[in-house]
Design a protein around this ligand. Sequence first.
Ligand SMILES: *Cc1c(COP(=O)(O)O)cnc(C)c1O
Length: 351
Amino acid sequence: MNLASDNVVGMSRPVLEALIAANGGGEPAYGTDSWTVRAERMLADVFEHEVSVFLVATGTAANALALAALSPPWGAVFCHQESHVMEDECGAPEMFSDGAKLIGVPGVGGKFTPADLEARMAGYVRGVVKSVQPSALSVSQVTEAGTLYSLDEIRALSALARSKGLGVHLDGARFANAMVALGCTAAEMTWKSGIDVVSFGATKNGALACEAVIFFDKARAENFQYRRKRSGHTLSKGRLLGAQMVGYLENGHWIDNARHANAAAARLSAGLAALPGVRLPWPTQANEIFVVVPEKTAAAFAAEGIRAAPWASDCLPEGFEIGADERFLRFVTSFATQASEIDAVLAVAAR
Ligand SMILES: *Cc1c(COP(=O)(O)O)cnc(C)c1O
């Protein structure tokens, strides 16, 4: 029973079916195939906007290439200090931007405020030759702590960033989980809230390996096809990515998957939070549960073959301490999570 992440499962059935359907027939190469063209049209419908779409195989490529498009080599990219781009991408954003500097912004529960951002930006002055130049803001939605920015919070951050001339990127590795939880549209969570470029994740919510970099302004996407090719993410059999995205989006499958994952997380979270000795540092808002349990509970999970991810954070709420006899864990639910798995975790925890 592996609930350590939402990438421990395979792809969902409709994505697999789309791949099987795409296996037959001759198709143009390098992302000009009919599946990719269809995926692009579907994404334009989803976002209710003309879009420039670039499919890639990993979220790291999507984020790193998107940030490279927003920042020159001497640029400063502001992001949460525990964000995926900062901590989990092996320096890919720095490499693909030819040296842009990532600047971590602190904030409890994976989030920061305009005041936090402004304070951090104050150290990087435009026009001062010794300083990297403020170029981009990257916001994660769902955040690394499984929390969400409200639409108002995204708008406030993007308005500040734009007023300072920064481009705004949204790391949407769990885009659908966030959108469904907020009950908003894709347009509202992005271009209507001041986002310039999105890493639209499909892998964790049903695809096998497929993410889209999405621009709302063609001018920003001008050289992106060269960036993607240089990174090795322009697949010669581009239908591999196009078909996954079609299978993912068709018939609202991506929405159903996210609803399923979020509902499973809500049930697991509420069940755990109701137990004595179990504490949540911040609320469960999408499909990730961060929880502090007694050491013996963590040991019982392990003994029963229940896998969660051991966690650590420097951004816990003030006064929230984790004792030596406690363990900090992350559970992540997915489209494939079974009700019986949630029952089993709760039964072990209750015991
Ligand atoms: C999983 C994830 C990504 C993408 O990671 P890859 O392993 O490169 O596909 C990006 N951002 C966040 C917040 C993630 O959780």
